[in-house]
Design a protein around this ligand. Structure first.
Ligand code: ATP
Length: 358
């Protein structure tokens, strides 16, 4: 068990400032996902925690102890890589037993630990196979098994599911979650996939350009994004952003279209961006106070929902309706906004000013 704390962490690659003053704590037993677009620095942070990259400045603590200068192998950490890094000439058993053999553990202890990990991961029937004789998902499980037998304080995962097809990714996602529930270790997991982050994390660290944009539980980030970046990154389909300004009566888009904001919506002054989640555009019903006019560009039925591209005040927006809509380009629609999922952002700073979730 371990608490990992990052304090004022900086990373330079030559002149390039890859990580800029990161501060975050991962609590004992937490499943923390580092997420952000390609190049934001999430793998660099993970590799620094693992001891595979030097720290330029700042500190990494595990259970209160600074580990900056402790060698990777002595950090009590196990890392599962994207490419699994299995030894091709070794059986599954030998791959999983390797680290214990290096530590000269007794043979019967090794067998016990490997068999216990194999049982957790459903690998008991595959112990004598070689990696090339396994499916992608099975190889992924061997990589996790190899980490489990090391009994580390902290598990680190670097995009471990990106080589798997979509269906297997969903299955392995829930396997890793239940592994976490079972083992209770601190786990730090890197992905660029916000859906993976949302579905797996206790807490998510959203990164961009070497900084941390926000830390919070998946629903905190969804309901109360700190800024435009987080609002646009978390959620699929993504939040719509409309440019305009606030007036006494509501929000006015650049082309003059007036949008009545939902009752109870907090106000802000001046030039703002109105953020609207696709599911927060709902069909107007007779008797509702004010309608917003839009027209259909296209409708994609998923069965359970209709994903629609619409024109609203001259701008294209995405909406997700529970109702089934005809795919009739140009057809008019009357909409209203639901207060949940509607936010105002400062146009200059990108900070969220008000909205649902306050
Ligand atoms: P991805 O999802 O594409 O793996 P990432 O968020 O994990 O992206 P990092 O691999 O941490 O990004 O890289 C962060 C930045 O640091 C990138 O701009 C990258 O080009 C740069 N970088 C990483 N490793 C090195 C290196 N060894 N030398 C110089 N620059 C590097």
């Amino acid at each position: 068990m371990a608490r990992v704390e990052i304090r004022k962490l900086q990373k330079y690659y030559g002149d390039f400032h890859a990580l800029r003053d990161l501060n975050v704590a991962m609590e004992d037993g937490e499943f923390v996902v580092l997420v952000g677009p390609s190049g934001c620095g999430k793998s660099t942070l993970l590799r620094m925690i693992a001891g595979l990259e030097d720290v330029s400045n700042g500190e990494i603590h595990i259970d209160g102890r600074v580990i900056n200068n402790i060698e990777s192998k002595d950090r009590d950490i196990a890392m599962v890589f994207q490419n699994y890094a299995l030894y091709p000439h070794m059986t599954v058993y030998d791959n999983m037993a390797f680290s214990m053999k290096l530590r000269r553990a007794p043979g019967d202890t090794i067998r016990k630990e490997v068999e216990a990990a194999a049982a957790i991961l459903g690998l008991c029937d595959y112990l004598e196979r070689y990696p090339r004789q396994l499916s992608g998902g099975q190889r992924q499980r061997v990589a996790m098994g190899r980490a489990i037998v090391r009994k580390p304080k902290v598990f680190l995962f670097d995009e471990p599911l990106s080589n798997l097809d979509a269906k297997l990714r969903v299955k392995m996602r829930s396997e890793i979650k239940s592994l976490h529930r079972r083992l209770g270790n601190t786990m730090i997991y890197v992905t660029h996939d916000q859906v993976e982050a949302m579905t797996m994390a206790d807490r998510i660290v959203v990164m961009q350009g070497g900084i941390i944009e926000q830390v919070g539980s998946p629903l905190e980030l969804y309901d109360r994004p700190a800024n435009l970046f987080v609002a646009g990154f978390i959620g699929s389909p993504a939040m719509n952003f409309l440019e305009g300004r606030m007036t006494e009566t509501g929000f006015v888009m650049r082309d003059g279209t007036h949008i009545t904001l939902p009752a109870g919506f907090a106000r802000a002054a001046g030039d703002v961006l109105l953020g609207i989640r696709p599911e927060s555009l709902v069909l107007y019903e007779p008797g509702d106070p004010a309608a917003i006019s839009a027209s259909i560009v296209s409708v994609e039925p998923t069965g359970a929902e209709s994903h629609a591209t619409l024109i609203l005040g001259g701008e294209e927006v995405t909406a997700v309706f529970r109702e089934r809509l005809p795919d009739t380009p140009g057809a008019p629609l009357s909409l209203k906004l639901s207060v949940a999922g509607t936010h105002l952002f400062d146009k200059e700073t990108g900070a969220r000013l008000s909205g649902s979730g306050h």
